[in-house]
Design a protein around this ligand. Structure first.
Ligand code: F6P
Length: 531
């Protein structure tokens, strides 16, 4: 099957022309004035959420060109190849089948294997969650990257569903400042360590697992088999470590797509088997939406196309995510790995250097906190940064006044980004904190906002497991779409290898002080670190 790289299509050239004619100066405010049906036309109902794309620099004509691009690139054929298990991760010769992990029993590739592990894992989960019998009060997940970020993001997001008698901890960094404060709070008899690593070779995870084991034994822990469990594709290595309870998964599950697999064990321990199955079902519903919804209303497809429009035609280099839900505080970090490890690539599938930009920088913080930090730049800085607001209608707390204020803030920010404020408008307003000595015209320019800054708003009814599963899968698929248009392999991560190899070279040098063959800076720093 052949796929065409975006810039080699006729649609790309047409989009470039469309950008010159209508895109560069596109004004969202004027678009609303021209088209009273704009909100409805650019609204998307998808599983678990509603997406308002109307505050973006697109109209139906732009979307038409973008859909032509997707079609010419063969995005739908590539999506189908992924879903049926073709080895689309060509540099590793692997299939990409995280969608199979959330398919119902009997559906999708490898269903028997997937459900066998899931059933066994959820049976184990019920035993541990019976805290009176298991004695477990603390679960420590030791893992990094995709073996950490998913559970670390999901558990606080679903806080209302979490077992009240178990505290969850996450240790990822090889910096001992990560594990030390966690261990201080634990007793071996009450603790379950989950050693999470797809490869079971990752330096940080193996080093922290050894520290945990040594701590466990030094503090009177006796039953490693009961207090250590592994989630990995490398069952032999886990056994060699001394772990007898292992939940496996497969090489066709990428690390950053693995929370649906055994890597999700801490999530299941936190929220229980039924809620874990609901998380999977929500993601599966989004998979169906992506696979079956016609292009014009296919939300992951449209979002991926919008990403290409902003990155390659408008030249925007970053995107900010603002979840207006404190439980989603790790969502931006989760998305950083998902998007930047997937699409931070500079050659296409044939190894040719790309003449255009790929992954944007993805970053953010929960609202309203971000408003009091970097939103200044979003409103008045020199760069245009599209923002994604995630608003949740029904909280799981009972503080309705806080909720109303939260939602008003979220809406106000997207409104302010779009509407802006002219210097003339600013001049008519009172500014009690402004200097009385300053020229009024100068002050008005300081107090004006350009507006026309794009944003997308996702509305979620309630942040429950089903809705969260759908939200995560939505982002997975939009990353797939932009990666497919760029003609890259979104499923490898060679960019992390060089640093790992150099670290292995430097480890003995830190002990010996040998600097032969090192560059001047590294040699100098190494000497100072040893001094
Ligand atoms: O270094 C990058 C990476 O390979 C990620 O892709 C992965 O999620 C992480 O390391 C952890 O790998 P593992 O699960 O094999 O320990």
């Amino acid at each position: 099957m052949t796929f065409t790289r975006g810039d080699r299509t006729e649609a790309w050239a047409a989009l470039a022309g469309h950008y010159e004619a209508h895109g560069r100066d596109f004004d969202i405010r004027e678009a609303f004035a021209r088209d009273p049906g704009r909100f409805e036309a650019l609204g998307f109902d998808a599983p678990g959420l509603y997406a308002d794309l109307s505050k973006n620099r697109v109209d139906t004509a732009t979307l038409h060109f973008l859909h032509d691009l997707a079609h010419e690139c063969g995005v739908e054929a590539r999506r189908d190849a992924m879903l049926r298990g073709d080895p689309i991760n060509t540099t590793e010769g692997r299939a990409v089948l995280h969608t199979a992990l959330r398919a119902p029993r009997g559906k999708g590739p490898f269903s028997h294997d997937v459900h066998q592990v899931l059933d066994a894992m959820l049976a184990y989960v019920e035993q541990v969650r019976d805290t009176a019998a298991s004695g477990i009060r603390h679960v420590v997940n030791i893992g990094i990257g995709g073996s950490d970020l998913g559970p670390q993001m999901v558990i606080p997001a679903l806080d209302a569903f979490v077992h009240p008698g178990i505290t969850f901890h996450f240790v990822s960094n090889v910096d001992g400042h990560d594990i030390a404060p966690v261990l201080r709070r634990l007793k071996p008899s009450e603790t379950l360590f989950v050693i999470a690593s797809k490869t079971f070779t990752t330096q940080e995870t193996m080093a922290n697992a050894q520290v945990a084991k040594a701590w466990f034994e030094a503090n009177g822990g006796t039953d490693i088999a009961k207090h250590f469990v592994a989630t990995t594709t490398n069952v032999q290595a886990a056994a060699a470590f001394g772990i007898t309870t292992t939940f496996g998964f497969w090489d066709w599950v990428g690390g950053r797509y693995s929370l649906w697999s055994a890597i999700g064990l801490p999530i299941a321990l936190a929220i229980g088997g039924d809620h874990f199955r609901a998380l999977l079902a929500g993601a599966h519903a989004m998979d169906r939406h992506f696979a079956e919804t016609p292009a014009p209303k296919n939300l992951p497809l449209v979002l991926g196309l919008l990403d290409v429009w902003y990155r390659n035609f408008h030249g925007f280099t970053s995107r900010s995510v603002a979840p207006y839900h404190q439980g989603l505080r790790r969502f931006p970090a989760y998305l950083q790995q998902l998007e930047m490890e997937s699409n931070g690539k500079r050659v296409d599938l044939d190894g040719e250097l790309l003449p255009f930009g790929t992954s944007p920088v993805v970053w953010g913080e929960p609202g309203t906190n971000g408003q009091h930090a970097y939103f200044q730049m979003l409103h008045q800085g020199t760069d245009v940064i599209p923002v994604e607001f995630i608003l949740v209608k029904h909280p799981t707390h009972g503080f309705s006044d806080l909720q109303t204020k939260l939602l008003a803030n979220g809406l106000a920010q997207s409104q302010a980004l779009m509407l802006g404020k002219t210097a003339d408008e600013a001049a008519t307003e009172k500014a009690p904190t402004a200097s009385a000595d300053l020229d009024r015209g100068v002050l008005s320019r300081h107090r004006s906002f350009p507006g026309n800054r794009p944003s997308t708003t996702f509305l979620i009814d309630q942040l429950n497991p089903h809705a969260l599963g759908a939200l995560i899968a939505l982002y997975e698929h939009r990353v797939f779409v932009s990666g497919a248009i760029w003609g890259i392999n979104s499923f490898d991560q060679w960019g992390v290898e060089l640093g790992k190899a150099l670290c292995n070279d430097l480890l003995p040098r830190l002990a010996s002080g040998e600097t032969k063959g090192l560059d001047g800076s590294t040699a100098g720093l190494l000497k100072r670190l040893r001094g």
